[in-house]
Ligand binder design. Structure first.
Ligand code: M6R
Length: 368
């Protein structure tokens, strides 16, 4: 059932083009309007929302971080993202005009479940983004967006994450449609860009062998760092989490702009640093990322840069370059995380670990 792959995780990484395509299926009406099957909240209820709080754990939390950028950009609704294990304990300010979005692949994560129960006692509406039909979190929510990853067996979430991102973009665009903060043709343009993503992920997967070679040359790494900015920041965090959980390797992700506030002291000669480079030419993001990369490289880091096709400015600063298809910055996580998944899977496998059942971890964490 691993279909020729050694690990479920690897199989699931390679299923991502299909999973993303399935998660986009049937979301457009004949007239081009977005529709979400189990939305169940009326347009009026959605128009009344003046704040969104996203709650999730682990990888799902990083999908939530990306969602914040997308929802705020397209709808101008303020979004907070919080770890579900922390949410209740700060006595969050909630009422009927707050939408709580719970993201959970399994739908059974206890921290997230308790958080939505708390939100509902405060009269907030809860929308679940979930991959598991009929699981507890969607059952206890007012509305659901199901992702269509199919069963995810590997403890390390991969296709679950990508399809959560798709659901988050769809939610953001749907809210923009209902609230009228974006025109129909802008929404259609983004949906069309999303529909191009499966083929673009396919092209990243075609480069798997060179990522595996990179993993082989890092088999004795003691620590790996990841840098990103904007939507690339959660990608950096996710790249680090994958290495921690399956390769048992010390790994940390940082917002590149935070380097100079402390983490740059960690840089020592030879340390591998993955750098998620934003697409060129937007809001100086790219320039700022380049200077961050120069800073770490000047201190001896070995930079592994993930940068879009045609980005020549990155070349002098990359000890190793992984090319990404050209996609808008908000959608870049969908392609940028894939080499990081492949790297972690291969490295963990080389180190002789059980990639699908890492020590001390369970697929769904049903205790708080
Ligand atoms: O099922 P959930 O999405 O609620 O799970 C949340 C986390 O436990 C999960 O993403 C965990 O971090 C994964 N093992 C990451 O690969």
């Amino acid at each position: 059932e691993k279909e020729g792959h050694d690990w479920f995780m690897r199989k699931e990484i390679f299923e991502q083009p299909r999973a993303v395509a399935d998660s986009l299926l049937g979301r457009r009406t004949a007239t081009g309007q977005l529709q979400l099957d189990e939305m169940r909240l009326s347009d009026q209820e959605l128009r009344d929302i003046d704040k969104i709080i996203i709650i999730a754990a682990g990888t799902s939390f990083y999908a939530g971080m990306v969602a914040k950028y997308a929802i705020e950009h397209w709808t101008r609704i303020p979004v907070e993202v919080e770890l579900s294990s922390e949410f209740r304990y700060r006595d969050p300010i909630l009422d009927y005009s707050t939408l709580v979005v719970a993201i959970s692949q399994s739908g059974e994560t206890a921290d997230t479940l308790q958080a939505i129960r708390h939100a509902r006692t405060q009269r907030s509406k809860v929308l679940a983004i979930c991959n598991t039909n009929g699981s507890t979190i969607p059952r206890e929510s007012d509305a659901v967006i199901y992702t269509h990853a199919g069963p995810e067996i590997g403890v390390a979430s991969t296709k679950g994450f990508l399809t959560q991102l798709v659901a988050c973009y769809l939610l953001a665009l749907y809210l923009a449609q209902v609230k009228g903060t974006r025109f129909g043709d802008e929404i259609t343009e983004v949906v069309t860009q999303l529909e191009a993503i499966p083929a673009q992920i396919e092209s990243v997967l075609d480069g798997a062998d060179s990522v595996y070679a990179l993993a082989r040359s890092h088999a004795s790494a003691r620590s790996v760092l990841f840098l990103g900015r904007h939507a690339g920041y959660p990608v950096a965090l996710e790249g680090a989490l994958k290495l921690k959980e399956i390769a048992y390797l010390h790994a940390e992700g940082f917002a590149a702009g935070e380097l100079k506030h402390g983490p740059i002291a960690l840089i020592e000669p030879g340390i591998p640093v993955f750098c998620v480079v934003p697409p060129q030419g937007r809001d100086q993001l790219h320039d700022k990322m380049l200077s961050g990369i120069q800073e770490v490289r000047a201190r001896g880091a070995r930079t592994i840069c993930l940068a879009e096709e045609g980005d020549e400015r990155i070349e002098p600063y990359a000890d190793h370059l992984i090319r990404l298809p050209r996609v808008p910055v908000l959608l870049q996580p969908l392609v940028a995380v894939v080499p990081l998944q492949l790297f972690a899977c291969e490295l963990a496998s080389l180190l002789g670990h059980d990639v699908d059942q890492p020590r001390n971890l369970a697929k769904s964490v049903t205790v708080e």
